[in-house]
Design a protein around this ligand. Structure first.
Ligand code: Y12
Ligand code: CO
Length: 177
C-alpha cells in the first residue's frame, strides 16, 4: 500500500523518533509499504517519520551502477534502531529528499560510517558504509532525529531555499485552484 509522504514545512518532520521494540507481522507490512512508497516516488531512501510514523526505521535501496540505474530489491537495506558507532573523513554530495520536493543542495557529511542496527526480525547487525550508501544512511538517520538536510545549509543558502520553496508552493496552490 502506498503511504502519503509528509513534506516540509510540516512540523511532524521535527519529531524525534522512538526505538522499535516489537518485531512482528505489522512491522513487516509497514516495511513493505515503505518500500512500495519509496520505489513509486523514485526515492532511494526513506525514513518512517516521512510517512508519519515516529519510529526508528529507515530503508535504503541504491540504484545499480548501470546506465538505467535500476533498483534491485535484493539490495534493499531495512535498518531499525540504528546507532552510528564510528565515522571517518568528510565528503560533499548534492542531496535531495522526498519530503523537500524539487530541491537539491550540496551537504557535507562523514565519508564513511559504521553502524549497529536491527533487521526486520530484531536480529543485531553491523554495517560499514562509504560512498553514496554512507550519505544516504546519514541523511535518513537525521530524519529519525527530526532533522532535514536543509538545516545543514549555510545561512545564505537556507534563505534562498525558503524563498524559492515558498514561491513554488504558491505556484502549486494556484495551479490546483
Ligand atoms: C543521497 C542523498 C540523499 C539521499 C536520501 C534519499 N533521497 C531520495 O530518495 C530523494 C528522492 C527524490 C525523488 C524525486 O523524484 C520524485 O519525486 C518523483 C525528486 O524529484 C522531485 O522532487 C521532483 C526529488 C528527490 C540518498 C542519497
Ligand atoms: Co529525506
Amino acid at each position: 500500500m502506498m503511504l502519503p509522504i509528509v513534506t516540509y514545512p510540516d512540523k511532524r518532520l521535527k519529531i524525534v523518533s522512538k526505538d522499535v521494540t516489537t518485531f512482528d507481522a505489522k512491522l513487516h507490512t509497514f516495511l513493505d509499504d515503505m518500500y512500495e512508497t519509496m520505489i513509486n516516488t523514485n526515492g532511494i531512501g526513506l525514513a518512517a517519520i516521512q510517512v508519519d510514523r515516529p519510529i526508528n526505521v529507515l530503508i535504503v535501496n541504491l540504484p545499480n551502477d548501470d546506465e538505467e540505474g535500476t533498483q534491485d530489491k535484493a539490495n534493499l537495506l531495512e535498518i531499525i534502531n540504528p546507532v552510528i558507532t564510528h565515522s571517518e573523513g568528510t565528503t560533499v554530495y548534492q542531496e535531495g529528499c522526498l519530503s523537500v520536493p524539487k530541491f537539491y543542495e550540496d551537504v557535507e557529511r562523514f565519508e564513511s560510517i559504521g553502524i549497529t542496527y536491527q533487521n526486520r526480525d530484531g536480529e543485531a547487525c553491523t554495517l560499514e558504509a562509504d560512498g553514496l550508501l554512507s550519505i544516504a544512511i546519514q541523511h535518513e538517520i537525521d530524519h529519525l532525529l527530526g532533522k532535514l538536510f536543509i538545516e545543514k545549509l549555510s545561512y545564505g543558502r537556507r534563505k534562498k531555499f525558503e524563498k524559492e520553496y515558498k514561491r513554488m508552493q504558491k505556484e502549486l496552490k494556484s495551479k490546483k485552484s
